[in-house]
Design a protein around this ligand. Structure first.
Ligand code: HT7
Ligand code: ZN
Length: 883
């Protein structure tokens, strides 16, 4: 397959001013008529004689006319993935008619059917599976879409923009025309048709525009749409208040579909959502599910400006819209809920999944230089690290200048397809700050490592922090230039109070020294020393407050330092971080002991620190739950030189058991104190209470006492919400109470078999079970009615639930987990290449394991490689990981 390079970017030779589409939806096939009003691009130097359009091999071409003249076969040729018309004038109207087969579309790109509904997914390059087109984001066109279909089977027919005409046709059919006044790239096109029901609300923008808000779903799900609607309204208000962004059409629609490759899609005025990101009800949705709905609804809404009004010039710029929009949605969620909890959750995700990606064979900068298949670049790096890079700009500029920068970016580039460089330039121009050095974040992959040391000179009352930075090599980038890194720090005195520090930036701009408790140190060099004067005693540094940069930071904290920071740091994030560091330190030394066959003895400090936290009723319960949760196996793996899955799993369980036994009384009383049978509400305080309660329950079962199993079973049966019943189910199943587990798994399924999203949770609880025998259970579940290989949500729950969330079983030493995954990737390669290539990820990380496992993992990658014709998606990931 061809490699596409950013350096080869060229402006399009032709533009499409108007796109008129007509879809005839029939049972076995769909006819697509496209009328494109085109002209040469005045900005293009070359003047090619002919025109090349993108178009998938599977398009069945019926006819082409150029300025109403029928072309014959000597006027054009089919290309491997397109169509070439040999000669075209400077301006012309091109009409094509093709036949496509949505029912056979298992890749879920282009037009396909999901449980009887027609829907589309055009990002990144799905539109070329619908018709011949210039399917690239810098070709923006005004669209008009007519849909014709059987009236009783498809009473609702939607597309972007506003409905302008509708009518009945022969044979019980009807039609509708939608017009979208905003020029857009083809990736934002959408069509939906089916027997959909909806809820409706209304929003008046700050500028006085009345917007109809509609959320569509299958009839049975109509009662699960209110939370998404409220989230949408909150997001619309927030974007006006925080970014000054208003909605720009009279209608905003969301449609829920069951078969979807990702979470949701921001098509102009017509978002298509995975049901898992829009449906929510207390009975069927966990707290995490509610928060996901809120976050994804907001994310897609925010794209209306950061993505749609201002879009990407080419797909290398993907992080321009995704990184910025993730930053925006994270800030929204922080404002709606607890800011610290949201930050902790984001950082935990970044440090496990994104750091691992940055250390793996697919590592790439947030502005990649090349790709084979763009779908492989919807990554943690583009999204999450991209958001961290925007956050660092926010930190460096301050909220006010950042807002000026975003206002300038939106006004300067409204209606354009631009680059990450344009974004950074707008930030520079609005703030007056020079971000030249900061741009390294866009071009260099890898996670920087900061080594921090300090010295205190009592005589001169001077404290010095020396920070060195390095960054490991990544594919194609052996050496790295230093990054510009904002390191937010505080210094604590022996009472745990923040020392007052001078705000360096304020001094430069106002000549007045302002006193702050958190100072942003700006690291530019490989090694830099920062000096603090007037410091009376050796302070304890609180480093990288709020996780001010996506880096790994090492400082020789003692365990006493960490327990001190856990209870005194004024930065909530760093209080949690101190607990994590303490946990990591203790777990890592026990892992070493375990590997050296030494007896495991748990340092008392951890239980003592946890006891203090459990006793402090003034603390936010959500943060207590986070602090009490030991570093995950995934995080411990990420930190390990060589990942020993069995040692990590065994030691973490040992520590959980010890803590549970030592803190049983406190855990039980906290569990009871957090029990309340109010009607369910997904507000921050109630979520916090349930989170803490379920963390305590998890520990209590680790004591292996029957009475606590009874507690969990009672919770399972009596819970009035999915969070508590699913937590109880998960804990009982994963704690190895096999008999009880079988009974309640069966009860759970019988109760929820009619709710696909709940059944997905049921699959994933079983797939991620660390107990022995899980793989055969997963194989059996693949034959269950509840499973469908063509539905990505099922594949993610069951197959990825096993391969990505069940390290001990996936890495079994008989290679059974590896073989199983390779088999599924080979099958999915034909059915759904995007899902196949995402699924293969755990195998690609083979370098992190011992030689025995490395060999077995590589053998399965090779087996995939040799299995026949690979999709570009799977080929890229597998070949890069074997390189
Ligand atoms: N912008 C959307 C990306 C997306 C996507 C990409 C590839 C294949 C399927 C897809 N579905 C959605 C999602 C977002 O970030 O908002
Ligand atoms: Zn997005």
């Amino acid at each position: 397959p061809e490699v596409i390079y950013l350096k080869d970017y060229q402006v399009p030779s032709f533009l499409i001013d108007q796109t008129e589409l007509r879809f005839e939806l029939e049972s076995e096939r769909t006819i697509v008529n496209a009328k494109l009003t085109m002209r040469r691009n005045p900005d293009c130097q070359q003047k090619p004689q002919g025109l090349e359009l993108h178009g998938d091999k599977a398009l069945q071409l019926y006819r082409i006319t150029l300025n109403e003249q029928l072309l014959n076969e000597s006027d054009y040729q089919r290309l491997d993935e397109g169509l070439q018309i040999f000669t075209v004038p400077d301006a012309f109207v091109l009409e094509t008619q093709v036949e496509i087969h949505p029912d056979q579309n298992t890749a879920l790109e282009g037009l396909y059917r999901s449980e009887g509904f027609y829907c589309t997914q055009c990002e990144a390059e799905g539109f070329r599976r619908i018709t011949f087109y210039l399917d690239r984001p810098d070709v923006m066109s005004v669209f008009s879409t007519t849909i014709e279909a059987d009236k009783s089977a498809y009473p609702v027919m939607l597309s972007n923009g506003n409905p302008v005409a509708t009518g009945d046709a022969d044979n019980g059919r009807h039609w509708i025309t939608w017009e979208d006044p905003h020029p857009k790239p083809a990736y934002l096109f959408a069509l939906v048709a089916g027997d959909l029901k909806m809820i409706e609300d209304q929003y008046t923008t700050s500028g006085g525009r009345d917007v109809a808000l509609r959320i569509y779903a299958a009839d049975k799900d109509l009662d699960k749409l209110d939370y998404a609607m409220q989230s949408l309204i909150n997001a619309m208000r927030w974007d006006e208040q925080v970014y000054g962004r208003e909605y720009d059409l009279d209608i905003y629609m969301i449609v829920a579909v069951d078969f979807f490759n990702m979470g949701a899609m921001e098509n102009k005025g017509l978002n298509v959502f995975n049901t898992s990101c829009v449906l929510a009800s207390p009975e069927t949705t966990t707290d995490a599910g509610f928060q996901r709905v809120e976050g994804v609804v907001a994310h897609e809404y925010f794209h209306n400006w950061s993505g749609n009004r201002v879009t990407c010039r080419d797909w290398f710029q993907l992080s321009l819209k995704e990184g910025f929009t993730v930053f925006r949605d994270a800030e929204f969620s922080a404002d709606m809920n607890s800011r610290t909890v949201k930050r902790v959750e984001n950082v935990a995700l970044l440090r496990t999944a994104q750091f691992a990606e940055d250390a793996g064979p697919m590592a790439h900068p947030i502005l990649p230089a090349s790709f084979i298949e763009i779908s492989n670049f919807y990554t943690m790096t583009i999204y999450e690290k991209g958001a961290e890079v925007v956050r660092m700009i926010h930190t460096l500029l301050g909220a006010e200048a950042f807002r000026k920068g975003s206002d300038l970016y939106f006004s300067r580039h409204d209606g354009q397809a631009v680059t990450t460089e344009d974004f950074v330039k707008a930030m520079e121009d609005a703030s007056g700050r020079d971000l030249t050095h900061f741009r390294n974040w866009y071009n260099q992959a890898g996670t920087p490592v900061l080594a921090v040391s300090d010295e205190f000179d009592a005589a001169s009352q001077t404290y010095r922090l020396t920070i060195s930075q390095s960054c490991p090599a990544t594919p194609g980038q052996d050496t790295k230039a230093p990054f510009h890194i904002p390191v937010a720090i505080g210094l604590l005195d022996s009472q745990g109070e923040d020392l007052l520090l001078s705000d360096g930036e304020a001094q430069i701009t106002t000549q007045v020294t302002t006193q702050v408790t958190t100072q942003i140190l700006e690291l530019h060099e490989t090694r830099q020393t920062f000096e603090f004067s007037g410091i009376a005693e050796r302070p304890v540094p609180s480093l990288l407050r709020g996780f001010s940069a996506p880096v790994k930071l090492n400082y020789p904290y003692t365990r006493e330092n960490l327990t001190f920071l856990m209870s005194h740091d004024s930065d909530g994030f760093n209080r949690w971080e101190a607990a994590q560091k303490l946990g990591v330190d203790i777990l890592q030394s026990l892992i070493k002991d375990y590997r050296n066959d030494k007896k495991l003895i748990l340092d008392k400090q951890l239980a003592e620190a946890f006891k203090v936290v459990l006793a402090d009723e003034s603390l936010d319960k959500a943060m207590v739950a986070k602090v009490l949760t030991l570093p995950s196996e995934a995080y411990l793996s990420e930190l390990a030189e060589e990942i020993d899955v069995d040692a990590i799993h065994h030691v973490r369980n040992f520590v959980r058991h010890q803590l549970a036994v030592q803190l049983e009384t406190q855990l039980l009383s906290t569990y009871q104190a957090c029990t309340c049978d109010d009607t369910y509400s997904p507000d921050a305080a109630s979520i916090a209470r349930r989170a803490l309660r379920n963390v305590c329950l998890g520990y209590l079962l680790a004591t292996e006492k029957q009475e606590h199993l009874e507690l969990a079973l009672a919770q399972f049966h009596e819970a009035n919400n999915m969070t508590d019943s699913q937590a109880a189910l998960n804990i009982v199943v994963h704690s190895g109470y096999q008999k009880a587990a079988e009974v309640i798994l069966e009860q759970f399924y019988l109760r929820w078999s009619h709710e696909p999203l709940v059944v997905n949770q049921w699959l994933s609880v079983q797939a991620s079970n660390p107990q022995a025998g899980t793989l055969s259970q997963v194989k059996a579940l693949m034959q269950h009615d509840a499973f469908n290989m063509r539905n990505p949500n099922k594949v993610r729950s069951l197959i990825a639930g096993f391969s990505a969330l069940n390290p001990v079983n996936f890495h079994a030493l008989d290679a059974s987990g590896y073989m199983f995954l390779a088999d599924q990737v080979i099958t999915l390669n034909n059915l759904n290449p995007q899902i196949a290539s995402r699924l293969v990820t755990p195998l690609t990380r083979w370098k992190r394991y011992n030689t025995e496992r490395q060999e077995m993992m590589k053998a399965q990658l090779q087996r995939i490689m040799d299995s026949g014709e690979l999709s570009r998606d799977v080929f890229e990931v597998v070949s890069k990981s074997l390189a």
